[in-house]
Design a protein around this ligand. Structure first.
Ligand SMILES: NC(=O)c1ccc[n+]([C@@H]2O[C@H](COP(=O)([O-])OP(=O)(O)OC[C@H]3O[C@@H](n4cnc5c(N)ncnc54)[C@H](O)[C@@H]3O)[C@@H](O)[C@H]2O)c1
Length: 314
């Protein structure tokens, strides 16, 4: 299969690229390297079935290269990923995430692409009453980032209705794992890992009781690969564990994996922080045969091992 991955030099995208190449697919990446890193694609670059195009997804040349490559599937992950940056500059967020997604869909239309698999976010659920959030729950965007992700989802449906391009939306909870930069939506794992390995102070906000649903990157990649097939067409699926982990519990687990003391400092709760989040992945099991497989403690061990290896230059 030929697959175009936007944002393929980033944390999740580069892990997806490696898995697709490992399965024998032809993979091309469009990434402007704004937050991604060429080093994430070092292994991929050794494959003859791989190419990186250093371009903004809104660049008209993306449609030209897609028309030449004729990808059967486009996995669309390129995005402005920070909720806080979206609040500070909503217009920039809309340009990257709305205009960017429409540009990718237009490229898909011209290239005759069968399906687009889209990375959405649990941010679209706002402050949910029921946790874990069920698959079909109502959306309630409360940040420009959530609004731009939801707009992307809506455009997928419009392009399917108009041009017959199939799609699957994957609603990602807090993804963690190797190659994550400390600035991501779930950057707290990377932040704790870096600080604890470097013997620096760590901070937990509020009483440490805020919860998130941490999902390992290999599991998320598995969801994307499954969605590249026919299954799940026209659907949106939560990719999470359904389990809530408090900030304080997470700190204990990362400290144990890093062999560091479990003594974070505490700072006042940040305004606007969501008190709790987890999503129910059951519909993804029915439609895609997907389930989360990686236990949090094991995933954190692999993440810390990767961060250690990077420090020793491996
Ligand atoms: N990490 C998470 O926990 C999480 C949670 C929910 C949703 N998501 C979504 O998953 C996707 C991947 O996130 P990630 O954590 O790997 O982030 P990332 O920042 O590592 O990856 C995003 C990639 O997109 C590229 N990019 C950004 N704007 C671009 C543009 N205009 N043109 C071309 N490339 C561009 C960046 O250089 C980067 O390589 C994003 O769409 C994000 O919104 C991530």
């Amino acid at each position: 299969m030929r697959v175009l991955v936007t944002g393929g030099a980033g944390f999740i995208g580069s892990n997806l690229v490696d898995r697709l190449l490992g399965e024998g697919h032809e993979v091309q990446v469009v990434d402007d390297l704004s937050s991604g890193d060429r080093a994430n694609l070092a292994a991929a670059a050794r494959s003859e079935r791989f190419a990186l195009h250093e371009l903004d997804i809104r660049d008209p040349r993306v449609a030209d290269l897609a028309a030449g490559f004729e990808p059967e599937v486009i996995c669309h992950l390129a995005a402005q990923i920070s909720v806080r940056r979206s609040v500070a500059d909503p217009l920039n967020d809309a340009r990257l995430n709305v205009e960017g997604t429409v540009s990718v869909l237009m490229a898909a239309q011209r290239a005759g692409t069968r399906k687009v698999v889209f990375a959405s976010s649990v941010a679209v659920y706002g402050r949910p009453d029921v946790i874990p959030v069920p698959g079909g729950a109502a959306t309630d965007p409360r940040s420009p980032y959530a609004a731009s992700k939801l707009a992307g989802e809506t455009y997928l449906a419009a392009f399917k209705a108009l041009h017959g391009i199939d799609y699957t939306t994957l609603v990602l909870s807090n993804v963690y794992g190797p190659r994550q930069s400390p600035e991501g939506e779930a950057g707290v794992v990377a932040i704790f890992t870096d600080a604890l390995l470097d013997g620096k102070a760590t901070v937990v906000y509020g009483d440490g009781g805020q919860t998130r649903d941490y999902i390992y990157v290999d599991d998320v990649v598995d969801g994307f690969v499954r969605a590249c097939g026919e299954a799940g067409g026209g659907g949106r699926f939560n990719l999470g564990t359904g389990l809530q982990t408090t900030d304080r519990e997470l700190h204990t687990l990362v400290a144990a994996a890093a062999g560091a003391p479990d003594g974070p400092g505490f700072a006042p709760q940040r305004l606007g922080d969501l008190p709790a989040m987890a999503v129910d992945p059951a519909p993804a099991l029915d439609a895609l045969g997907w389930r989360p497989r990686t236990d949090l403690a094991d995933g954190l061990k692999s993440t810390v091992e990767w961060a250690r290896g990077r420090r020793s230059g491996q």
